[in-house]
Design a protein around this ligand. Structure first.
Ligand code: PEP
Ligand code: MG
Length: 906
């Protein structure tokens, strides 16, 4: 028979899968001998069986009976006893905390008879009736599905009739009367009476907790938090202790350190004469722990001792709930507490200094996301601010600017030197230029994976999305919140770390962590206050340790000398992807146009000749900025029509000019080229290596520019470590053909310039066929770099620009994804292709160097995947470099509690 029920004394904190977080930690505290009210936990396995079968497993009923009887024997009271009843709470508790998502019922065991017994033993009639009315309301709402408003309304009308405003001003008789009203509500709404049998109350409450796993809001929460749907919740049945038994009773929550700043000390709120939910509901102002120490020194001393014990035991910040019942302290819950990003780093460093954890463990106590949060500029919280609305914190940062309502205006104003916030109902790919120009993006619709959110995060732009209180009217160029109207040009401020939107300017400060990362420790510490200095030092220590731990190299995706220099300051060990197409825009677009329109070999050669020196100049700059470190330059990837004017605009221009009888010859030639190069699916068309094979001289020109740039750097005494990368290869034959040409050009330049050019030629693996034939492709490749952006597109058959805005939100809602596969690598699908290519590539060519340069290279979870897949490096945007360094360190050092023999240590 499976064991479905564990007494608190039987479990431990390692058993969160089975007992849920709350149950496992209650068991741990019991094992430590702390004052936990006795009880038992029904396992997540029982929940899963119940949810699968629709009925409670019969063994569960039996096991609950036995555990309940044991509990009754231990405390010497029985559930429903008319004289001295045992009362229990029934609480949910899943493996991962889902605050407020599932159900709790308190005071189980009260009925029309035992309520009088409780009044007798407690000597407090008011307390007994208050407890009973709380049970009926909670049970009514949670178990019987009655609208809570009916109970609230009954309570309000009772208060009105007695002429009081506070619940606490109602007397025992009032509450006894209220119980009758509540019972009538139950009867009216369900057609049956409030169950008087305590065991029936208990069984129904347990089922309700199981059922609450699958409520709409719980499912939604899990999808958002990426908690698997099939875990189920445990149920904790615990002896009730009461904080509402008079002035020497009370309830509170506390932390062993400040979860906001990490400051050492004990922090907490205490509410005398109250039950747990009163603290959360904020019905009265709470007292501090120091106040508690004055009122009840004995309990406070005991509490401090427990806090120290728990922190020593968990070796981390603990978050604790406690109740004092007539001067006796009880521990109701503990867990490793949530904390802000700054606190996470500071606490990790503090615990190392206190010799409670090792540096390896400290590395596991912080995340790349937390580091990223610390890098963004911050609003000065001390400044006066007018909050307009709160949306979703989609992409962190603090941005201030004039509101604009379309992409073109954003671009124009930005060009004129203004800072703008692009405000849209939602964005689409046409808004891209405006998003690039804007300091921040604000939308009134869409979730965290809406187009705006995904694109903004990708380029590190601050974004608040789904601020539904804001009514955006792009045609009228206004945004309204109630009576407040924001017109084009009005200044607004958005906080992408909190989702807040403010009217008017809010001062922004550079984050000290960003200063540290870009300019070094001394710059960040100059003039810093003590707390800031501690934070910066903590980040420095943890990141330095990550660097010494990681196996993965970290490179940057950078196309300019400036970006490369910045990336280097941020810790990049080279460039993993230089996209050369960005070098063909701006003024040079005309030269590319000439190349495309060339109607003879001579014309083509002359266009290429004109482009060559410019390319060479770009590469010299890049190689100089990354001197001594590898620089991977990718040959041209996008389809040529991206360098030509828009087809529709050009057709209109030609038609209008013809109408006016103007000379249209040049435009007609251009239009013909645009028509010729038009593709229905450019992503799958003439691009990458295919271009290199059909546009004569194009790749050769780029290779010559690279070779000459390297030669120039060598002659200048530099140490260029350039690598050439061929995009979109699907067949080894493509690579052979390009290599033949490339090797020829390299040899020619080396001879002419009289230098040794040792330039590896490798390929991107960004098509499924490339991954599946990696063993063959490896014959012609000196290295592989996984282009996981295209690999994701082609493995899924998604065109990113089309699908993200169109239906990703729906896919997330329906649970097809828990996160966009463009953000976090789809390890089981796309990742499988990566693993195949790694294995077959290295089998064919042992030691073959492999990296990744898709956006996933800077995503924490994906970095762990690439570490495990045994790549040599990840390459990502410069501003993600510190995140990748940290996560690569965490992946290499993944610390196993059990291995260190610390698991379950007492
Ligand atoms: C990729 O496909 O992952 C890649 C890096 O190339 P791009 O994003 O330029 O297509
Ligand atoms: Mg690509």
């Amino acid at each position: 028979m499976p064991k479905y029920v564990y007494e608190f004394s039987e479990g431990s904190k390692e058993e969160k899968d089975l007992l849920g977080g709350k149950g496992a930690n209650l068991a741990e505290m019991t094992r430590l001998g702390l004052p936990v009210p006795p009880g038992f936990t029904v396992t997540t396995e029982a929940c899963r069986r119940y949810l699968a079968d629709g009925v409670v497993p019969p063994e569960l009923r039996v096991q609950v009976t036995r555990a309940l009887r044991a509990l009754e024997d231990r405390v010497g009271r029985q559930l429903g006893d008319p004289q001295d009843p045992l009362l229990v709470s029934v609480r949910s508790g899943a493996k991962f905390s889902m605050p407020g998502m599932m159900e709790t019922v308190l005071n189980i065991g009260l009925n029309d008879v035992s309520v009088r017994g409780l009044a007798g033993v407690s000597g407090d009639e008011r307390f007994a009736w208050d407890s009973y009315r709380r049970l009926i309301a909670m049970f009514g709402k949670t178990v019987l599905g009655i609208d809570d408003a009916l109970f609230v309304e009954a309570m309000d009308s009772m208060k009105r009739s007695r002429g009081v405003t506070q619940d606490v001003d109602l007397g025992a008789n009032d509450l006894e009367e209220l119980v009758e009203v509540y019972k009538k509500v139950v009867h009216q709404e369900t057609g049956r009476s409030f169950p008087q049998q305590p065991r029936e109350q208990l069984d129904l409450a347990m089922n309700a907790v199981f059922d609450s796993w699958n409520t709409e809001r719980a499912r939604l929460y899990r999808r958002r938090e990426r908690i698997p749907d099939d875990l189920g919740t445990a149920v904790n049945v615990c002896t009730m202790v009461f904080g509402n038994l008079g002035p020497d009773s009370g309830t509170g929550v506390c932390f062993t350190r400040d979860p906001a700043t990490g400051r050492q000390g004990v922090y907490g709120d205490y509410l005398p004469n109250a039950q747990g939910e009163d603290v959360v509901a904020g019905i009265r102002n709470t007292l501090t722990l120091a106040d508690l120490a004055e009122r009840d020194p004995k309990s406070a001393r005991q509490l401090y001792a427990v806090m120290r014990r728990l922190e020593t035991h968990y070796r981390d910040l603990c978050d604790i709930e406690f109740t004092i019942e007539r001067g006796k302290l009880w521990m109701l819950q503990t867990r490793v507490g949530k904390r802000t990003a700054a606190a996470a780093f500071r606490i990790a460093a503090q615990l190392v200094d206190e010799q409670l954890i090792t540096m390896d463990e400290a590395l596991q106590r912080v995340t790349g996301d937390q580091l990223a949060r610390l890098m963004f500029p911050q609003f000065d919280r001390s400044a006066a601010r007018t909050r307009l609305a709160t949306g979703l914190a989609a992409s962190p940062g603090a941005a201030v600017g004039e509101a604009v309502f379309d992409s073109a205006t954003a671009v124009a104003r930005h060009a004129a030197g203004d800072s703008v916030i692009l405000v849209r109902r939602e964005t689409n790919p046409d808004d891209l230029e405006g998003m690039i120009a804007a300091a921040g993006v604000l939308t009134s619709r869409g979730g965290k994976t809406s187009h705006a959110a995904v694109v903004a995060r990708g380029m590190g732009r601050t974004c608040v999305c789904g601020a539904e209180a804001i009514d955006v009217d792009a045609a009228a160029r206004t945004a309204r919140v109630g009576d407040i109207v924001v017109n084009e040009g009005d200044v607004i401020a958005i906080d992408g770390s909190t989702g807040e939107v403010f009217l008017g300017d809010v001062p922004v400060m550079t984050s000290p962590v960003a200063t540290y990362l870009e300019e070094g420790l001394d710059a960040a510490l100059t003039g810093a206050d003590e707390e800031t200095a501690e934070l910066v030092q903590a980040v420095h220590r943890v990141l330095t340790h990550a660097d010494s731990t990681r196996r993965l190299g970290v490179r940057a995706n950078a196309d300019t000398g400036e970006d490369a220099a910045r990336a280097r300051r941020l810790g990049a060990e080279g460039i993993g992807l230089c996209r050369t197409e960005h070098m063909f825009l701006g003024d040079r677009r005309a030269l590319v146009e000439r190349l495309i329109l060339a109607d003879s070999a001579a014309a083509r050669a002359s266009a290429l000749e004109a482009l060559m020196p410019q390319q060479r100049g770009d590469f010299v700059e890049l190689l100089e900025a990354m001197d001594g470190l590898p620089v991977t330059i990718r040959l041209l990837d996008p389809p040529l029509h991206e360098f030509l004017p828009d087809r529709t605009e050009l057709s209109v221009r030609v038609a209008v000019a013809r109408e006016r009888g103007e000379d249209t010859a040049a435009d007609e030639t251009l239009l013909a080229a645009v028509e010729r190069l038009h593709e229905s699916n450019p992503m799958l068309g003439l691009r990458g290596v295919r271009l290199g094979l059909v546009v004569p001289g194009l790749f050769a020109m780029q290779v010559r520019a690279i070779a000459e740039a390297a030669a120039e750097r060598i002659k200048a005494g530099g140490d260029p470590q350039v690598e050439i990368m061929v995009p979109l290869v699907g067949s080894v034959m493509e690579l052979h053909l390009i290599r033949d040409e490339t090797d020829g050009v390299l040899a020619e330049v080396a001879e002419r310039e009289n230098v040794t050019l040792d330039i590896p030629v490798g390929t991107m693996i960004e098509l499924p066929r490339a991954a599946l034939t990696a063993g063959r492709i490896a014959e012609a490749a000196d290295f592989f770099s996984f282009g996981t952006n295209d690999l994701t597109q082609t493995a899924w058959g998604f065109s990113r620009d089309d699908v993200e805005a169109a239906f990703f939100a729906a896919y997330l809602d329906k649970g097809v994804f828990t996160v966009s596969p463009f953000e976090t690598l789809d390890a089981i699908g796309v990742g499988r292709l990566v693993r195949i290519a790694v294995e077959e590539g290295r089998r064919a060519r042992p030691g073959l160097k492999m990296g990744v340069c898709g956006e996933h290279g800077g995503d924490p979870e994906s970095v762990h995947f690439f570490h495990e897949a045994e790549l040599d490096y990840v390459s990502c945007s410069p501003f993600r470099i510190p995140v990748a360094r940290l996560e690569a360190g965490r992946a290499a050092g993944a610390y196993d509690d059990t291995a260190a023999g610390l698991a379950g240590a007492r």
